[in-house]
Design a protein around this ligand. Sequence first.
Ligand SMILES: Cc1ncc(COP(=O)(O)O)c(C=O)c1O
Length: 357
Amino acid sequence: MSNTFDLNKILRPHIISLAPYSSARDEYTGHTGIFLDANENPYGSATTENYNRYPDPYQAEIKQKLIALKNISSERIFLGNGSDEPIDLLTRATCTPGQDHVIIMPPTYGMYEVSASIHDVKIDKVSLTTDFQIDAESVIAAITPLTKIIWICSPNNPTGNVMQHEAIQTILENFNGLVVVDEAYVDFTDTPTWIQHLDTYPNLVVLQTFSKAWGLAGIRVGMCFASAEIVKILNKIKPPYNISLPAQKALLEGLDSVDKKDKMVAEILKERSSLCNMLQDLSLVIKIYPSDANFLLVQFEDAKAIMDYLIHETIIVRDRSRVHLCEGCLRITVGTKEENEVLIETLKKYQQKGVIV
Ligand SMILES: Cc1ncc(COP(=O)(O)O)c(C=O)c1O
């Protein structure tokens, strides 16, 4: 099969003909005037700062800043309430419940499966190889006429590695549905983004997020980059004001502080390497997987006991020990220098005393 992608063939028919909600702020986009169109409170807010006006539904100011930063035109940018929102919207736009399929490659980020399950969409799993790479041949063999989305996470959560370019390219060229490359952790790797290939592959969708490198997980904003026609569909089916006013304000401020983000990323990369070195010296560590993300996947002698011990010491890591191909592993987010040192000291204590909790 070679790619003859036609968006209308993979959209659910009722989505193509759907008339979207027209919000008050769709009809007039000016900033000045007497606004009596949206049933807002004209006096201000119960809080000190005013939030009485609805936010820009299409976040024009933010997209203006992203154009230069991501080297992409604004009609190819969609912003969601976290990147979890475009994950949900892409599923909804293309997959008919009880009928259509998506392909995921475990071990990977859990929301692709959860989102499919919420919509009663069938999930075909094609395992990553034992070195956590894509088995492109098996993925292509798993495609059926009912497959609408193939989810790829690169760098992958929870394994931390980047997926080989050729494998993603092969899938893009041999699938007529959407290939979504989730780059939530792209700022922590030297591997270039797939955004630059959007012109070549009309079925490519790239996800990124403000939750990791930018340190803005609390405001819930994710980015989705795709063809203008895919973005149009996402805009059509999203809730009208999906990015709140406080989130938009924080984001505008954050986007003017690229230097601060870059400094934090540099610090995290330095700490990732030093945490890796310190963990390597511990005898209870069996293996540390190479990471292109802001976390390490670490295999321990007795992951469950260490997890319990760390929780007892109020250090919270993520237990991935029962996840396919990650047996015996904990996923450890790179913390500050001080946090990482406390983690290592705590693990040393466990090692020395054989602590039982
Ligand atoms: C691979 C991946 N994609 C998406 C997300 C969700 O990001 P957001 O906070 O933008 O919803 C995460 C969160 O951990 C993630 O690991």
